[in-house]
Design a protein around this ligand. Structure first.
Ligand SMILES: [Zn+2]
Length: 185
């Protein structure tokens, strides 16, 4: 369902305040100009709205406090047509996640998100999902990628044919420290 200019309706799945905060936080936000899909080596076109995973780290204190991650919506990963999904799976507890399609505009070679074209596909509140993986802070600092504590991203890394054995081993260690981990394989 598409909407613009603040008039929208849905079946109540996504609170209006969430959509409003999303609009305010990400409208005009710069994204990588390479148009690179975060899940494969492909690229995405901006002729139509782009599939994005956006996240708000609302309830992962060690994360937001220690790393200074703002509690605002952050564009986390873009998906090209070949990597299209309609669900957030597995979701991560403590992180609000949205799967959206959003306009992307280009001005003088810079890409920015345009929330006047916005479709919410799926919403996962911070209260749902699997317990956040206990990713070590130094790993997060090294990667500089907040998405590293999202199970959806880790599942992708785990499932990559080219994933180095040491990466898979590190993820196995993570999984072993979670009481009820999602199925990644
Ligand atoms: Zn892709």
């Amino acid at each position: 369902m598409w909407w613009g200019g603040g008039s929208w309706s849905m079946d109540g799945a996504v609170p209006a305040a969430v959509v409003e905060s999303l609009r305010q936080d990400i409208h005009g936000e710069r994204v990588i100009s390479a148009r690179r899909c975060d899940y494969c080596t492909g690229t995405f076109s901006i002729e139509a709205p782009v599939l994005y995973e956006v996240a708000r780290y609302s309830d992962v204190d060690y994360f937001t406090d220690t790393l200074g991650i703002p509690e605002t919506w952050i564009p986390d990963a873009a998906r090209c047509t070949a990597c299209t999904r309609t669900t957030i799976e597995p979701a991560t507890e403590g992180v609000e996640e949205l799967l959206i399609r959003i306009g992307v505009t280009e001005t003088r070679g810079l890409l920015r998100l345009d929330a006047s074209e916005l479709e919410i596909i799926e919403y996962s509140p911070s209260s749902t999902g699997y317990e956040a993986p206990p990713v070590q802070l130094n790993v997060l600092l090294d990667t500089g990628d907040p998405g590293a504590i999202r199970w959806q991203r880790l599942k992708h890394v785990y499932g990559m044919d080219a994933a180095p054995p040491e990466v898979r081993a590190a993820l196995d260690q993570l999984l072993a420290r979670v009481a009820d981990p999602p199925e990644l394989g």
